[in-house]
Design a binder for this molecule. Structure first.
Ligand SMILES: Cc1cc2nc3c(=O)[nH]c(=O)nc-3n(C[C@H](O)[C@H](O)[C@H](O)COP(=O)(O)OP(=O)(O)OC[C@H]3O[C@@H](n4cnc5c(N)ncnc54)[C@H](O)[C@@H]3O)c2cc1C
Length: 197
């Protein structure tokens, strides 16, 4: 949600699209809100999350999030409007888990899993913003990883692979495929170079 404690996007979209929407909010600020059920599910999913969020079970509070045994307590610490946030969560709980979300959220993430209601304390609110770690732009290459010039011709002896070749999916990003792109086109380029010598 944003500074007005309102949701502004279907949160199950890819993080590339979420980032665009988050950056367009006031002060580029957004807030991730979840409850203990979601925290525990995430901890089961990955050791990294278990380490990150397990501290809550030891009574520790991380500096980058606020906690509350009620929504009101958490929202007060986060400095958001309690009435607006409560209304946002109530509406979300009533609609999203039943496939009726007005923002179109039907899955937990990227088409997988079901959205779950935010009901179990402690509630966590984490301020967030988007960071740029890639441009999704770069040089054009062909099927043998040769770099292509502005006239559509190969530049002899120049090859590219990975991040500097930009996106391979068009407007968005399919999570996890960047390594695949770097490794497969890197391997291909090396193969073509070795054969051409
Ligand atoms: C936080 C984060 C999380 C990510 N998570 C995932 C993920 O889960 N799954 C996934 O598929 N992708 C992920 N990516 C994207 C993925 O890491 C990159 O697409 C991939 O590493 C690109 O590989 P690359 O070899 O093209 O470039 P890089 O890994 O950036 O390698 C380029 C290398 O060139 C070196 N270099 C730069 N300039 C020079 C120079 N002038 N001389 C010599 N060396 C130079 C750099 O130091 C670097 O070592 C993530 C990226 C980030 C930043």
């Amino acid at each position: 949600m944003n500074k007005a404690a309102r949701r502004f996007v279907n949160e199950s979209l890819s993080y590339k699209l979420l980032g665009d929407e988050a950056l367009s909010q006031k002060d580029h600020a957004s807030y991730i809100v979840f409850d203990d059920n979601i925290r525990r599910a995430k901890m089961k999913e990955s050791p990294k999350d278990a380490k990150l969020w397990g501290a809550v079970d030891e009574g520790k509070e991380m500096s980058y999030a606020v906690y509350g045994n009620s929504i009101e307590e958490a929202v007060k610490k986060a400095g958001l409007d309690p009435k607006a946030l409560k209304a946002t969560i109530e509406q979300y709980n009533k609609l999203a888990p039943f496939g009726k979300d007005p923002l179109g959220r039907k899955s937990l993430s990227s088409g997988y899993g079901k959205p779950v209601a935010i009901v179990k304390p402690p509630f966590v609110i984490m301020p967030a913003t988007a960071g740029m770690i890639g441009t999704y732009c770069g040089v054009r290459i062909d099927f043998e990883a040769h770099v292509i010039d502005v006239f559509g011709e190969r530049i002899n002896g120049l090859y590219a692979a990975g991040e500097m070749t930009g996106g391979i999916h068009g407007a968005a990003y399919m999570t996890g495929t960047a390594f695949g792109k770097a490794l497969s086109f890197g391997h291909l380029a090396a193969d073509v170079i070795a054969k051409s010598e």
